[in-house]
Design a protein around this ligand. Sequence first.
Ligand SMILES: Cc1ncc(COP(=O)(O)O)c(C=O)c1O
Length: 389
Amino acid sequence: MQIASRMEAITPFYVMELLARAKQLEAQGRDIVHMEIGEPDFMTPRPIIDAGIAYIKAGHVKYTPAAGLPELRQKIANYYWQCYQVHVPIERIFITPGASGAFLLALGVSLNPDDELLLSDPCYPCNQNFVHLFGAKVKHVPVYAETAYQLSADLLQQHWQAHTRGTLIASPSNPTGTIIQAAELEKCINFVDSKQGLFFSDEIYHGLVYEQGVASALQFSDQVFVINSFSKYFAMTGWRVGWLVVPEGYSQAVEKLAQNIFISTSSHSQYAALAAFDERTLQELEQRRKEFAQKRDFLYAQLLRLGFKIPVKPSGAFYIYADCSKFTDNSQLFAQQLLETEGLAVTPGKDFGYNDSDKYLRFSYTGTMKNMTKAMQRLERFLTQKNPD
Ligand SMILES: Cc1ncc(COP(=O)(O)O)c(C=O)c1O
């Protein structure tokens, strides 16, 4: 057996162990409340499912062009106009197997071995592993409440070195749910531009924002890579369909890579996604967005009441990254004990980086209100038993 040396740089998902244990407990008949999963429990909206089935029945199950269905690319271009008043030519839009596929293409066409990208710590762990896969390096920049757990132009300037090639920002962020303000995003893009660097913007949680809007990097530059997906806002995780917008000049290279590594994104998923922008779908998604906001408010209030610290109220995605240092300095052990004793699964901070991650837990509010209420009762009982005073 020979495992390639590049695999040494790929970090595991610690929550997977927890998930496996949760499944084991469920198989033994235990009732487990899941707050560890980054997936909406809402079903894919009906018009999307119906479109997918209809296209399969009609035999649309062959390869599509590597760049994706032109009509889907056009709908995405229209969506950019509708949401951000930005004109994106469809030649710069590629349909991909989720945001994950978009990352493979974006990083694959632009990074050389030993290039370095600046990423916030904490951040979504797979993004850094994609960078490692191409032999490039990640510099983790610790981020704190002052910048809403986001990178800033000042931080980029402080950490930029001769071999730095660019940065990757995710707003709203996983795990913190926080947003980078439009003016700061623009400053970051201008700074990277001044260094002739690469700017990657992970916009997968766009649409899931609760009181303020969120800017797209495309509003400030057409020299950015924008990664997005139908997974989260459109509740299509398992369909594996997303998209990538590339700077001018990259389309040919991206198409060549897409042809080779995917041939095409799943055809029925692309046809289904055509219905994602229908009025009926968008109305349903708007209703769900409001429900997510209510769940966020409930969870935020409950966690504060129980003694967790949340210095910046998250304004997007469906996560709360809570400081649990009042109760433990080992959030992984805390999460294991919480699962064993109370049947509540949450994700330890260790999955998202190194920056005080032992003091953090990520709670997903993707479940029903009823389950979240049950989860908070269990958490309260666990904390009372742990710290009787
Ligand atoms: C910040 C972020 N980017 C990308 C992804 C990958 O999503 P997809 O299902 O579209 O591949 C995720 C999934 O959780 C995520 O949280």
